[in-house]
Design a protein around this ligand. Sequence first.
Ligand SMILES: Cc1ncc(COP(=O)(O)O)c(C=O)c1O
Length: 350
Amino acid sequence: MSTIKSPEVFGALASRSPGQGAASSLEERAQERREELGVAVDVRPPLPTPESVRGPWVWIDGVAVEPSEARVSVFDRGFLYGDSVFETLRTYDGRAFALAEHLERLARSARLVHIELPVPQDQLRQEVEAAVASAVSRPGVGECYVRLMLTRGIGALGLDPGSAVQPLRVMIVAPLTPPPPEAYTQGIGVITFATQRVGDATPAAGAKVGNYLVAVLAMREAREHAAAEALIVDSAGQVVEGATSNVFVVREGVLLTPSEREGILPGITRRTILEVARELGVEVRFETVAREALSRCEEVFVSSSIREILPVVRIDGAPVGAGAPGPLTLRLLEAFRKRVRAPRAGQEPG
Ligand SMILES: Cc1ncc(COP(=O)(O)O)c(C=O)c1O
């Protein structure tokens, strides 16, 4: 039995976040694994639940509704088939970070699955900005989490999308709870998960579609192993991304990340990290790493809007490098945090 004290699991959520931690056999197994590993801290950020989203923080087709009154038809194809696209973003200093890029990516995902934007992108931007401004103006609210969804809308039962003519837009804004500081200082554990992603081998590869079944199964498996993320391994044995993150490794001092040609989600955090890495003079190459080669990497980290840069210190139970967050990862994290808080070109300081 290991005596590692690292925050590499999800576990014990029942006391932290209503609706996320109902006792279940999966929860119990994750807890047992935590105890085996001697892991003290839970690194899963408590994500918004129906109970934690308070006030009129849900918008349906641009209209604010009480979360308890927020309803979508059972005939909506987002519900029936995951026939939808979405974005998850966050605020820094009370402003939606990289909103233009997120809306561009939403529009690209929508194009790839042939969902028409129900309103112009600029109107979506104004709606997100107004929703965020209203949320952060409330007493006690710091940074916010924003989820923006577009479904193909209501249609006849059956797969043919032709009868759905009015896409639906839903926005949920909630107070942001990032991962605990230990997740950054001590790192996280991950598993590898061999699979094909939903969009692989379709023209919609790389779209952020509502059907996250593969990622859900990968996260379930991660949880069974008290890990905080799953690295997706494709049919060629290459690590392409995380279940809900992009992946980076450091090998012989070079920063490697899979190219967009691998059908990954072109992460906005990934893009920012690449900019920051270039500014720091770090050599970057767009390459995948084989599952077997992970053990030869000095550092590994995953990135996403909500989690920023999370150092990976354990993969499938084996330590990465020295088993602690690596120096380049920490340098990038520091530079990334400076960058996202700096006033951006064309924006008034917040
Ligand atoms: C599959 C996948 N890859 C990467 C990311 C990271 O993207 P971003 O940095 O834009 O949040 C996500 C985020 O949810 C994701 O689901």
